[in-house]
Write a protein that binds this ligand. Sequence first.
Ligand SMILES: C[S@@+](CC[C@H](N)C(=O)[O-])C[C@H]1O[C@@H](n2cnc3c(N)ncnc32)[C@H](O)[C@@H]1O
Length: 258
Amino acid sequence: MTGEPEIGDVFGEMIRDAYAVATGIGPRPMAGGRLPRPVIEIIERDDGLVNGAPAGHYLDPPQRWQPHDHRAVDRVRGHVLDVGVGAGRIALHLQDRGVPVTGLDTSLGALRVSRHRGVRDLVHGTVDEHAADGRRYDTFLLLGNNLGLFEGRERAPAMLAALAALARPGAQVIAHGTDPYGTTDPVHTAYHERNRRRGRIGGQLRLRLRYRLLGTEWFDYLVCSPEEFAELIHGSQWRLTDVDDTDHPYYLATLTLR
Ligand SMILES: C[S@@+](CC[C@H](N)C(=O)[O-])C[C@H]1O[C@@H](n2cnc3c(N)ncnc32)[C@H](O)[C@@H]1O
């Protein structure tokens, strides 16, 4: 035993257990074999910071959503690709409103929970992999902070190109991001500085997720200001046409295909 986690579908196992706790469907995680154990998403950052957050919100019905989630779904038009569909909270709501929606995710476990909850059209993979399937969309949603999937300066051009390859004329991307720079916490400000010294974007997080015995590989997840996001978009097939920062530090960035 090395103490290092086995690499696996961390998000999938976590969301399966959160679903079991919320619904009683499937074995619930128990403490001491008797008491239900809360399901916590453990996030490790490469400076050693460890954070935990209850995973139940991934299952939340619209009544418990953040206001920006509602504003995002009010903006969709045409066929929607929910990128990183998770447990399907957004896709289910759109489907109920009669909006054609496809959920995409790299986690088989998340897709299983989404399907069980009723999401009808689901695809396993990344946007790059899906672009080869020939399907095309009018709106791409990256909610639940999934602007993070742009990762940083290296990944963003390929991600933007894959989204453009999947896009119909006039398509839009609506991405939820968080501006990380309002903090005065030295743990975070020192991390942002360290990143910049290494040529990275300040809030370009290097993370891995843990759940029970499993871990993910280390990956980049982008938490940036709207201005930094605008720089990433510059020169791509997309234009940044709106930033809704009513719920600052959270914001919705809307991109429109050129
Ligand atoms: C923070 S959760 C957000 C879930 C959902 N959008 C929500 O708002 O509840 C991130 C989701 O993105 C998925 N994901 C991570 N990397 C991905 C990638 N490269 N392509 C597609 N999905 C990805 C994860 O498996 C997870 O379901």
